[in-house]
Design a protein. Sequence first.
Length: 315
Amino acid sequence: MVVVSGSNAGTMASELAESLGWSHHALETRRFPDTEGYIRIPSETIDALRNEPVVLVSNTFPDSGIVETLLMLDAIQDVRAGRLQNLREIGPQTLPGVGKGVILAVPYFGYSRQDKRFKPGESISARAIANMLATRCDGMVVLDLHAPAVLSEMSIPVSFTSAMPELAGHLKASVNPDFILSPDKGAIDRASSVAQQIGCEFSYLEKTRIDAHTIIHKAKDLDVDGKSVAIVDDMIATGGTICRAAEALRSQGAVEVHAACSHGLFTGGAIARLLRYVDGVHATGSLPNARDVISGGPALARGVNDILVELGLSS
Ligand code: R5P
């Protein structure tokens, strides 16, 4: 089996390939002067893509990642169907189709937070993007999707995988926290699984988001006096959620506070802001970021193995 990637998930793709013992091929990606993207499957990769099932690792973030992912899937489907016609008549123009076997693995699924329609007429963006991608692959793997329920009725199988076991292993080895905190109810399952794996205490806060930059946490007594605490979330964007949670922890006596997440978006100076409130920031490389200290490859590999079994492609 073979792993391929474009411009936005090369590190995750090589970590996945390493976890599975497969080969990793980079597809050619470029930008035209008007910013439109170009992709091409190099000649030396075409045979590999026809000989065995293929996993494309690609993010739907930023927006250009959505277009690039669609273009790469389309080109992979053409190659596997043997549609190779080209104006320069290079190589065979058609070949027999090789059947099913295109899996899309998305380390960071952009648009995942718009997973509900709050007002009439709104797009349920997470579902809209996923439906587009599903027209061009046989199965999908998504790492720590914000709210998996939004993709519960897809036309193809979807495997939801999580890097929380890797976060737990990393935190245990580097911080050894006494207490894990979920900064809101949405992260309870993820954060409590980390606490369970580490074997430490756990609690959560109730968060109200006023706008993208304003967060209010309901006051709650936390038994953190003199303790080292790690706040665990699926993603950190502006850092507002973590900063407010860290304030609550410090005011109740926490002596050391760390923040850990799968997806480090770190928008608009978030890392500098975070470091005024926490002692360490830990993330996977689901998307390129300055705090990539946890390998997401093993988590993605678990999801790929599950989907191969579901598609009847496992060897
Ligand atoms: C929201 O429910 C997510 O799980 C994160 O808590 C949120 O997206 C983090 O955003 P920010 O860092 O901007 O507070």
